[in-house]
Every structure is written in C-alpha cells, then in structure tokens.
Design a binder for this molecule. Sequence first.
Ligand code: MRU
Length: 351
Amino acid sequence: MIQTLEWTDNGVRFIDQTKLPTEEVYVTCKTHEQVADVIRNMVVRGAPAIGVAAAMGIALGVNNSKAETTGDLKRDFDQICDLIGKTRPTAVNLFWAIRRMQEKYERIRIRPIPQIKRELIEEAQRMHAEDIAANQAMGRHGATLMPSSGGVLTHCNAGALATAGYGTALGVIRAAVEQGKKIHVYADETRPFLQGSRLTAWELMKDGIPTTVISDNMAGAMMSQGKIGAIVVGADRIAANGDVANKIGTYTVAILAKEHGIPFYVAAPISTVDLACPDGSKIPIEQRNAREVTHIAGKQMVPDGVGVENPAFDVTPAKYVAAIITEKGIARAPYDESLRKLAGQEVEVHP
Ligand code: MRU
C-alpha cells in the first residue's frame, strides 16, 4: 500500500508528491514548521491527507516543546495550531483536524506533560487509521453506483496520495474493481499542477487499473463519444446545501456531465462537510502563485507581463451533483437534509 504519510520515531515522513511520477522520494519533517511548509508547498496535498498531516504536525510540535509547565505547553500548542492553520485555506479537513486536536488537548490539559505529548501523538495516529477505514467504507458504498463496465472519469487526485490511504474517489473505483467491475479510468491531467496525470495515473498504474490520461479540454469529447459512464471526484469542502469545492476544473466537468446525462458523484468523508458554511459562495478559494500557470517543468509558457489567474479550486453547485458518497452512507438531494442527517450520526466519544 502507498504510504502517503506516517508517524515515525524520527518525525513525520511524507512521500514527496511534487517529484512524482518520475521520482519516488520521501521527506521526513522533524519540526512542525517543516510540516507547515510541506503542506503549503504541496509535498502533501489532498484534503484528508492535509488534515492528517496537520494533526501529526501539531503532535510533533508539542512533542518538541521545551515547556516545563502545563501553562507554557498550552501556549506552545496554541502557536503551533495557529501556524498550521495558515497553510491552505480551502480544505476544511485542515481546520477539522486542528479542532479535533484542540478538543483532545482540552480533555487532557491537566495531565503530566509527557502524557499530554504521548496522547496527542496517539490521537494523530488514530486519525490516520480512521481516515483509511473511512475511505474503505466510502468505497463499499460508492462501488454500488459505478457501472459494471466502461469508462469512469475523475479529476485531480482523490486517491491514496490525497488521503491516509486507499482514497475517496479512487477508493470508490478501487472497491468497484475489487468487486469485479471492469472499469477503465479516464484521468483528467488537471492543469496547472497536473495531479491527474502525475499522481492519479501513477497510483492506478501501480494497482494495475486500466487508465487513460486526457488533457482537461478533452473531457467533453470523451463524453460525447459515449466513453464515460460515470464521473467521480473528491472534495475539499462541501457546504451545508451540497455545493462542492474541489480542484479547479471540476465545475466544468460537472456541467459537461449534466449536458451528456452522465451521473456526477462526489466522494468525501464527513470531515469534509462544513455544516457551518451555508453554501458554496462562502467557501474561501485559495489563490496560488502565477508561476504554476506560466511555467511547465521550469519552462516559461506565456509572455512576460501577461495577466494570470490561478484559483486552486472552484465550486460546483449542488444541482449538478447526483450523490455525495461518505463513509456513513450516500447522500442525495436535498442535501441540506441528507448531509445533516449523515453528519449527525457522527457522534463519537474520544478517550
Ligand atoms: O490542491 P490539491 O492537490 O490539494 O487539491 C486536491 C483536490 O482538489 C482533491 O480532489 C480533494 O482534496 C479531495 S482529495 C481526497
């Protein structure tokens, strides 16, 4: 199984996703500042992976703290959470993970310092394990929606690399293939960062799942030629009304799907659902460096001085979404009812 990130005795170890598919190299972060950097620079990316990385970064920072009183340790903890929270704004899993670590801290704050440190590490590791289990459950639910054979289109990378393991959208595809469905994946290359061609294609090839990479502007043609039976993507944040923020270009795919009568599914854990956010217009969209658009593999592709936009995400209105697949089950419209019901089931008691 691909190890996207893991807690080790030396720090938090990540596969460097900026180097794939040509180099499989790993980086180990020894400080929480380094973890913040790898999230910001997209060495690790994908909403659930960002969440687990944040939790491990917090545990790492607290473990490194030289504080000798619980008051000083709490001050360090708050500063660490603050820094990690400033890395990327759209994936709500980041803030969900910070909140969960804060709630954990609140429950153990009067315990001895070594115990606080140990329990935060254990909490982060628990979140890692829970994410894999959630993806496998999502896969079981979502596989029922996949065609028994034929093309399934995905955008960006919502696979093992974007999570603690197995993946959300790719988890659904993996589960369908494990059930014997003969699926051929069409992976949008996903400009400008190329998560589809570099990462989705890499991990599906490793699993032996037949995959064809297309540039983003080919998706409509593939649909009109009858090559696509379903679409499944991940999400960075789902508003209470079912509007979905995901990688830039997802919105275009959803509209094309509607035009061609192809079901457009979103697979995401409940931790991606932000019930405090009423609709997609309130989701903060990260703007990234223009250089990601102007340069490909270090080579300049546009003239100097030209205007460039680089929003990392767009919002797909709920009306284009046929179903939202979560680990708790499948939500359908009206999403303001179905999502609340599924999320409400998540009453967990943490030690
Ligand atoms: O900018 P990225 O690579 O972090 O964006 C990733 C996506 O948009 C994914 O589709 C989303 O996070 C879901 S990952 C399971």
